[in-house]
Design a protein around this ligand. Structure first.
Ligand SMILES: Cc1ncc(COP(=O)(O)O)c(C=O)c1O
Length: 318
């Protein structure tokens, strides 16, 4: 097996905690604690992606996402740490006063191009076109696709399983539950359990794409790691479970019942979930595992997203 180059950005190992909620216990892996400004699941991917950008002598990094994208914010901060400028291609519109991740992107000096929904559907072509324009001026733009989900980035969640194995005997666990946006986080884990031949379910809560689309994306990304890094393994597609129906309100919205759960959970445990990913995934985890007394068999991964909350402050306070 080959391993990609890495730089250190994340505070690891993140804690694996036993949380008590409503008199039930469950396991939570605190990937929200990979850092402070640079926090959440994206940091593990960026350890490999920024290493690649440095190797490629990037003059600038391009990436994309929703206007409250945690990935875009984490990329901006990580790139700035290494003195690399950033251009973001965001689905949304310019605002005089921007909150949350968008505020941080502006504060750290990212150049931002706002795209409407139709334009955003062609974001990869747009980034490619702009990259070619810069190439003519001898400038090298390193393009990171949505969510940092390339074979290289996703390797961060392959390594995550190796870290987790040192914290708990994975033979005693049945599954790992996580929010799934671009699918990279789940794909890295699936590639690792396939390679290590561990019979662990990788449970993905799709918040952005349909069940069919996210299933394909996760399997394709897991296969991409398999090929790129010579795992020579068979990806255990049967170990992938997609729990559908927890983002019916849409990626950019959150239903009142979920906000109620987030608030209740925060006031009982002190742990906060974000509106786009972890709040929705936790609702799924709560209904399917905690309620069924399976919380000590299925690990919930808190993937971060703290700054997304500030764009929704009014709703959180209802
Ligand atoms: C807080 C948070 N959780 C989960 C995810 C999902 O990760 P992935 O895109 O790797 O599926 C993301 C990003 O997309 C995120 O920002």
């Amino acid at each position: 097996m080959k391993t990609p180059r890495k730089i250190n950005l994340a505070v690891t190992p993140t804690p694996l905690e036993v949380i008590k909620y409503q008199n039930k216990k469950f396991l939570m892996k605190r990937d929200d604690l990979t850092g402070c400004e640079l926090s959440g699941n994206k940091v593990r991917k960026l350890e490999y992606l920024i290493a690649d950008a440095l190797k490629n002598k990037a003059d600038i990094i391009f990436t994309c996402g929703g206007e409250q994208s945690n990935h875009a914010r984490a990329t901006t901060i990580a790139a700035r740490k290494f003195g690399i400028p950033v251009k973001l291609f965001l689905w949304g519109s310019d605002r005089k006063i921007s909150g949350g991740n968008l505020f941080l992107n502006r504060m750290y000096g990212a150049e931002i191009l706002y795209l409407n929904k139709n334009e955003y559907e062609k974001v990869n072509d747009i980034m490619q076109y702009q990259r070619e324009k810069l190439l003519r001026k001898n400038l090298n733009a390193f393009v990171i696709p949505e969510g940092g989900s390339t074979a290289t980035g996703v390797f961060g969640y392959f390594s995550f399983i190796l870290e987790l194995m040192k914290q708990i005997d994975l033979q005693k666990v049945k599954g790992i539950v996580t929010a799934s946006g671009t699918g990279g986080t789940s794909a890295g884990m699936l590639a690792a359990v396939s390679y290590l031949n561990i019979d662990l379910q990788i449970v993905a809560i799709n918040v952005l794409y349909s069940k069919e689309v996210i299933t394909k994306k996760i399997l394709m990304l897991a296969e991409a790691i398999n090929l790129e890094y010579d795992l020579n393994t068979k990806i255990k597609a049967e170990n992938l479970i997609v729990l559908d129906g927890y983002s019916k309100e849409g990626y950019k919205k959150i239903s009142k019942d979920k906000i109620k759960l987030i608030r209740n959970f925060a006031s009982e445990t002190g742990i906060l979930f974000d509106p786009a990913y972890t709040g929705k995934a936790f609702k799924a985890y709560y209904e399917n595992y905690i309620s069924e007394d399976l919380g000590m068999k299925y690990i919930f991964v808190h993937t971060g997203g703290i700054f997304g909350i500030f764009g929704r402050a009014k709703e959180y306070l209802i």
